[in-house]
Every structure is written in C-alpha cells, then in structure tokens.
Design a protein around this ligand. Structure first.
Ligand SMILES: Cc1cc2nc3c(=O)[nH]c(=O)nc-3n(C[C@H](O)[C@H](O)[C@H](O)COP(=O)(O)OP(=O)(O)OC[C@H]3O[C@@H](n4cnc5c(N)ncnc54)[C@H](O)[C@@H]3O)c2cc1C
Length: 507
C-alpha cells in the first residue's frame, strides 16, 4: 500500500503583495497554505473597497513602473488585462506646471541617463541647475545595492548626499526632494542616502524607459487581487481575514529553534513553516506581544524602525474639469509633504463615462494632515488642486472619501539599514518578506514586496525539498557603460584608491 505523505503546512501572515505572492506559489506547488490577514480584505496597502454609496475607493493609487517585470509576468499568467496604456505625467508646485515627462520608451533610446535628462521637459529649472546633478552620477555608480554599499551610504541623509555632490539648492528643492517625497515618502533630511540612490536608480535612471508607468483601470483590489485570491483558493489555499496574529509558538528545546505554530488571539494554527509578510508597524506590534520573538536581538532591533503616515482622498465634483495629464506629482505646498493627484475619469473604467470629475489625491508624509477633520482635509485638497488646475476653483465637491493611513509605509530613515531583517531568520523555518526586507534583487515598493514573497516561498521549497522554485525575473542588467564604470570603481575600491569621501565612515 502506498503511503500518503502529509503536505507541509505553511502559515503566511499578511495578505499584501508579499503574502499573496508566497501563498500563490506555495499553493501551486502543493503545500497546505493558510494565509492570515488582520484586515477585512486581502491586499494590504493596495486593498480596495466600496463606499456606502457603492463607489470604489482604495488606500491610495498605485502605479506599476516599467521595471515591474515579475508583477507584469504574474498578471499575464493569471490572464488579466488590468492596466491602462503607458501614461505621461506632470509635476506642479504652487508656481504652476514645473515638469512634463514624455513616454520615454517611445523616444530614441540613449545611453542612460542621457534620455532622462534630455527628454524630460523642465519648465522652470535653469539648465545650469540641471547640470549640477552630473557629479551625483558617481554616487549612483558607486551604490551597487550590495551590503557594503548600503552600509557606506545608509548613515548619511539624502540631503547631505546631494549637498556633498554639489547638486544646486534649487535642483534639490524642485526636483530631487519631490522625487524623494513620492518615492520614499519622506523629505531628504529624513531619508537614508542609500535608499535614495537605490530608489532613484531603479525607478528613473537605470534604463531610459524605467520611469514609464501604467495604472490599474479600477482598484487593484478588484482588478488583480480578487481574481488572484480566487486562484489561490482554487488551488486549496485558505485565506482568513479578520485574523490578527499575536504570537508564535517557537520550540527552543533543540540547538536550532523551530516555529511550530501561529497564535491569533484565542485561535492557533499549526505550522511546519511560517512566512511573515506584514509591514514594519504590524511586525512591531507582533514583536512587542511575542515572548517567543522578543528573545532574539534582531527582532528587538526592528523596534528601531519607523513608518510614515499617508493620506488617501477621493473627490467627486459636480462638473467635468479638464486635467491635462492623468497622473501628477506636486511639491512645495507643505514643507515636509509631497502629494499626487490623478484624473480617474482618464484612468478608471468606472469613471470614464462620468459627466463630472473624479479625482484621487494622495499625500505622503502626511503627519500634520491626519488630525484634521474630513471637511478640513477636503477643503485643503480642493484648494491645492485649484492651484494646479485653476478650473477646479469653480467646481463643487459633491462627495468624498478620506482614508487615513497612520504609520503605513516603510520609513527608510538614515541609519535604519542595520535594523532591517533579511529574508531568513535564526529560526530556520521562520521566513520574512515585504517591501522593507533586505534583499539584493534591486526592486522597490510593490514589485519588491512581491519578489520577497516569492523568495520566501523558494526558501520553504528548498527546506522541504518539495516542488519547483518560483522563477524570479532579475532586474534588467546595468547598461554596458554603467557595468564598466562599476567594475572600474570596484577595482579602485579594492586597491584602496577610491576618490570617494568615506560616506558615514563605515568602510
Ligand atoms: C498611498 C500609497 C501609495 C503608494 N503608491 C505606490 C505606487 O504607486 N507604486 C508602488 O509600487 N507602491 C506604492 N506604494 C507602496 C506599496 O503599497 C507597498 O510597497 C506594498 O503594497 C507593500 O506590500 P507588502 O505586502 O510588503 O505589505 P502590506 O501591503 O503592508 O501588507 C501587509 C499586510 O499585513 C497585514 N497585517 C499586519 N499585521 C498583521 C497581523 N498581526 N496579523 C495578520 N495580518 C497582519 C496588514 O493588514 C496588511 O494587509 C504606495 C503605498 C501607499 C500607502
């Protein structure tokens, strides 16, 4: 009689991109997967839901940039077509339109970063200021996403980095800081220089088309997560919402500690392996509560990390206002806050035929905005919007949604790198994933979260020797001239003859 082997049971905690990515692949490979999510819906920071009036809203609009190869591949595999065409975007300040970006992949291809500098249409920043960014290329070459590079640059603020490399005050204030506010959710003096370099390289500079972006033609929750969750469940994965994990059961009797279960208030779930896929704030709550995790210094160190407040608003107007481009980033309205606004009539199928404007406006590093009342917030959004597109002045807001997201997104603050966890822990069968986990893939945000979920799934597969690992597409290799420059720089570093200042003195 053939023996029926028990499938290893894996508990995944958190149903954002990371947790769903891990669950999907492990369910596909025949593992017994249980996904526990504290919130009411899967999706994490990208969850979407409906208002009482049946209108779709979400925790902020999410763009999918050109290098999100793994997410695009997943969406193809699921047979979905959720995205808009590539969109152009613009940037506003209280002075008006500042920058318009073309669709970079349709312009003649130039060696990076020439295309970015030549094709971006700056309306105000003088050429001399723009050229002051050139010396910064050295730091971009030197920062190769290795552990050593992170340690060299992480204890320096992005503000100091740009200053040291001679970037003009105007270019910093009107170009780089706005990018940091929307890319890392914080002003330069509060961002790690390492994170700033990694983020700018990935989204903008590595290859000319990288800044090209598509959006979902509805909420990501509806267009991607709902069919994805159905697939996971079809393959036998169980997804439970309203399950807040409070602790783990860790067996420390043997030389190598092992996790054997997950505690969710009064409930518990047995596990042969556990994958955490929660954000920094969620992880800190679990560690604070967990005597099992508190015994390990690397988990206690997670308490050093920070998270940033975000505010997502959606406004329904009484008339149609013509918005020149569908996606827009704004700076200079509040000293430490960046914001974006989106013309949802242009982006979302649901609002295409709507006779009046539907606008999403999301604020990053919105600490000082969260205590305001909804009415105050809506008045501010309306006012700021009318500064960018004056026709909004005469339009009336007839409905709105205000979603406050306190301590929601990862704060890549200076000096935070050593406190971040990597994908593996000293508890062999306890794995980590999420957009704040240290990995070497080179991606950021949603793509990174998804990739870390697949990496965690692959580690489970290696441990149990069952199933095929997920194929993770690497980021596109550096262009040849960048490869040469990096290799020369590494050689010089090896010889100890670098001309670089010793960033942070950590070498
Ligand atoms: C307004 C806004 C705009 C953004 N814009 C973009 C963009 O344009 N492009 C982009 O790529 N990225 C963007 N991001 C970032 C992106 O949302 C994140 O990088 C990504 O969603 C992180 O996914 P994750 O799986 O790591 O974590 P999360 O999405 O945070 O998922 C973690 C999940 O864990 C759950 N959880 C927490 N604690 C527990 C517990 N104890 N038990 C069980 N479950 C728990 C949470 O409820 C959550 O569902 C934006 C974020 C925000 C807030």
């Amino acid at each position: 009689m053939s023996q029926v082997l028990k499938r290893p049971s894996v508990v995944v905690v958190g149903a954002g991109w990371a947790g769903l990515g891990a669950s999907y692949h492990l369910a596909q490979q025949g593992y017994d997967v249980t996904l526990l999510e504290a919130g009411a819906y899967p999706g994490g920071l990208v969850a979407g839901w409906k208002t009482a009036k049946g209108r779709s809203i979400e925790a902020g609009i999410h763009g999918f940039w050109y290098p999100y190869r793994n997410i695009f591949s997943l969406v193809n595999e699921l047979g979905l077509q959720p995205f808009t065409a590539w969109t152009r975007s613009s940037q506003y300040s209280p002075a008006g339109l500042e920058v318009e970006s073309p669709i970079f992949q349709t312009e003649p291809l130039l060696p990076t970063p020439l295309g970015t500098f030549l094709y971006t249409r700056f309306k105000r920043i003088p050429l001399g200021d723009r050229l002051s960014a050139l010396p910064l290329l050295y730091a971009l070459i030197d920062f190769d996403n290795s552990d050593q590079a992170w340690r060299r640059y992480d204890s320096v603020t992005a503000r100091e980095l740009f200053k040291q490399f001679g970037v003009s005050a105007r270019l910093y204030k009107e170009s780089f800081e706005p990018m940091l506010l929307v890319g890392l959710f914080a002003p330069g003096e509060q961002c790690s220089a390492a994170a700033a370099l990694g983020m700018l390289y990935y989204f903008i500079l590595a290859h000319q088309p990288n800044f090209d972006v598509v959006w979902c033609r509805g909420t990501v929750g509806e267009m991607i997560f709902r069919p994805w969750v159905e697939q996971i469940e079809k393959m036998g994965g169980r997804i439970f919402t309203h399950r807040r994990v409070t602790d783990l059961v860790v067996d420390t009797q043997n030389a190598k500690p092992r996790v054997t279960g997950v505690v969710c208030g009064d409930e518990s779930f047995d596990a042969d392996a556990v994958i955490f896929a929660v954000g920094v704030t969620g992880m800190q709550k679990i560690i604070t509560n967990s005597s099992a995790l508190r015994q390990f210094p690397e988990f206690r160190n997670v308490m050093n990390l920070g998270a940033i407040d975000v505010l997502a608003t959606r406004l329904w107007f009484d008339r149609k206002v013509s918005v020149p481009l569908p996606s827009n980033a704004c700076f200079g309205f509040d000293p430490t806050t960046g914001w974006t606004f989106f013309d949802l009539n242009a982006l979302h199928d649901e609002w295409q035929q709507e006779p009046a404007s539907v606008i999403e406006a999301d604020f990053y590093h919105a600490n000082q905005l969260l205590p305001m009342t909804d009415d105050q917030i809506v008045a501010k959004v309306h006012h700021d919007l009318a500064v960018c597109v004056p026709e909004f002045r005469s339009a009336k807001v007839i409905d709105y949604s205000v979603v406050r997201l306190p301590r929601a997104v990862t704060h890549f603050s200076p000096g935070s790198y050593p406190s971040m966890l990597s994908g593996t822990t000293r508890v062999e069968n306890l794995l980590m994933s999420g957009d704040w986990i240290v990995n070497r893939h080179g991606s950021w945000s949603q793509e990174k979260a998804y990739v870390t979920g697949l990496e965690a799934a692959n580690r489970v597969i290696t441990q149990f020797g069952i199933g095929q690992p997920a194929m993770i597409l690497p980021v596109e290799p550096d262009e040849p001239h960048i490869q040469v420059a990096r290799s020369v720089n590494q050689t010089l570093r090896g010889w100890g003859r670098s001309i670089l200042p010793n960033w942070g003195g950590l070498e």
